[in-house]
Design a protein around this ligand. Sequence first.
Ligand SMILES: Nc1ncnc2c1ncn2[C@@H]1O[C@H](COP(=O)(O)OP(=O)(O)OP(=O)(O)O)[C@@H](O)[C@H]1O
Ligand SMILES: [Mg+2]
Length: 259
Amino acid sequence: MEDVEELEAKLEEIFRKEEKKFKRIKDEEYYKVRQLAFDQRTVRSLLKLFNKGVLYDLTWVISAGKEALVLAGMGPEGEVAVKVYRVYTANFKKYVDYLAGDYRFIPVKDRDKIIRMWAKKEFRNLKRLREAGVKVPKPIDVTGNVLVMEFIGKDATPAPLLKDLESLDDPESIMNSIIEDIRKAYREAELVHGDLSEYNIMYWEDSHWIIDVSQAVVITHPLAFSLLLRDLERVTQFFYRRFKLTVPDPYKLAEEISG
Ligand SMILES: Nc1ncnc2c1ncn2[C@@H]1O[C@H](COP(=O)(O)OP(=O)(O)OP(=O)(O)O)[C@@H](O)[C@H]1O
Ligand SMILES: [Mg+2]
């Protein structure tokens, strides 16, 4: 990748390929996603990643949501997921509140800085969780508002989310290993995910993979216990509803994990 023009041409190509997929999204949303991808900061960060050798190629759009655009790419170790963050007005307060309770980050008001801190926060959370043995994608690099991590899935097909699975060989053991990871996260990494549900857990090679850890908070955060409880409620409720499992009481679990 030589320069901005070349990178923009590449993004243009990806978006053209993906147009069909975007037809399902409202015009306004499509415009916003494009705007984020072509944003000067994003382009600059992506270019840096190419120059550092972290990225060889960008291939397609994995997901385009309110808070992030996730692109597929290629790096020296194979397929990677490239998460591009966006801070949008409606959620601005959330970022400030979450960062404020976290001693690792000095509070700032600057929007650009917040978004970079947010990307960095997910990178550090992933690292810490991985070190504690929690099943999360391996973080590879963070530059500006762009995070590069291990791709969960294979041959340009991302692993399914838990919410999209109709059946599981052994749902009980999967639920138990997710609860085990929540415990490890709390006890060893001293983090609470804070937005855990069937929407942020992937399933690949007989195992769950926890993703989207940008909002995870340290256990000293004033919201830590209530977030821990909510994570456990959502996970157990999902297994109860979808697989008719007998599930443990989330409140007891939360007390036991944090006790
Ligand atoms: N490491 C990864 N490998 C493969 N796919 C991924 C990876 N990380 C994220 N994805 C895909 O991208 C989607 C969005 O990622 P994530 O949940 O981290 O973003 P988000 O903050 O929830 O953004 P949104 O605003 O879209 O909800 C996931 O649901 C998943 O399908
Ligand atoms: Mg998500």
